[in-house]
Ligand binder design. Structure first.
Ligand code: ZN
Length: 266
């Protein structure tokens, strides 16, 4: 009986393992966005969106900071008088080139979350690796802000895994580090080569609903090609300039992520 039960458990586990292996290959090969397997308490601390009864949305930016591209996004957000969340990669802070941008985010009321240290998928399946990624990214943010003269950096509370891929191992590591996992509900492939800001804006407007979390990209993983001028993510800043007024015209206000998700007092 016991042997039969153990064998059955092994067989039952196989589809999930196979799916995970296939998904890893697909993610690496095609940049397919994340998916969720809600086993156990996997989704307990995963946040997707705010209330659909409140006419607000949140803007989030992944893969930065990235030199002039991030600077342009900050300029656009300031011009529109809205605040966003930047899911940064620790590795992008290591060289110190983006310290002033990170400090500006804090100064201008934006939220800093982490997106991992290296943007690799493999650590998401290994407890010690993902714990190391989270620790390294948090350390990098803290060191960068202190270098830039922010004496008491705000605590980072949000983690968006690379590709939005949530595994049980990642969820447990995030919880252990006191981080909430935050996904998105609107992604329109702004990172694809050749996209124009008006197209990206139209695609977002075609699907956006109250409570949505919108993802855009101010960086391209750990490639740092925009120190002198924004060469790889120019569409993000221009999209902000088009999108925020269009959302307002529909009665949708852009609010900080913590407020949208009900995680901070309004
Ligand atoms: Zn990313």
């Amino acid at each position: 009986m016991l042997v039969a039960a153990a064998k059955r458990r092994r067989i039952e586990r196989r589809p999930a393992l196979l799916l995970a292996a296939l998904a890893t290959g697909a993610l690496v090969a095609c940049r397919v966005p994340g998916f969720l397997l809600p086993e156990g308490e996997l989704l307990r601390d995963v946040y997707l969106r705010g209330s659909s009864a409140v006419p607000t949305v949140a803007l989030t930016f992944d893969d930065g900071p990235n030199g002039r591209c991030t600077e342009a996004v900050l300029d656009a957000l300031a011009a529109q008088r809205v605040q966003a969340t930047f899911f940064v990669l620790g590795a992008n802070l290591a060289a110190g080139h983006n310290d002033a941008l990170l400090a500006r985010m804090v100064r201008e009321g934006h939220t800093i979350g982490i997106h991992g240290h290296t943007h690799r998928v493999r650590p998401l399946f290994h407890a010690h690796l993902i714990a190391g990624e989270i620790h390294a990214a948090l350390e990098a943010v803290d060191r960068s802000l202190r270098r830039a003269g922010v004496p008491d950096p705000p605590r980072v509370t949000f983690f968006r895994p690379p590709f939005g891929l949530v595994t049980g191992i990642t969820a447990r590591a995030a919880a252990a580090a006191g981080l909430a996992l935050v996904e998105w509900t609107v992604s329109v492939g702004d990172w694809q080569a050749g996209r124009r800001a008006d197209e990206v804006t139209a695609a977002i407007l075609a699907r956006v609903r109250p409570g949505d979390v919108i993802v855009l990209h101010d960086g391209d993983e750990t490639h740092q090609r925009s120190e002198e001028r924004c060469v790889d993510r120019g569409v993000a800043a221009e999209t902000v300039g088009l999108l925020v007024p269009a959302l307002a015209a529909r009665g949708l206000a852009v609010v900080p992520l913590g407020e949208l998700l009900g995680l901070v007092a309004r």
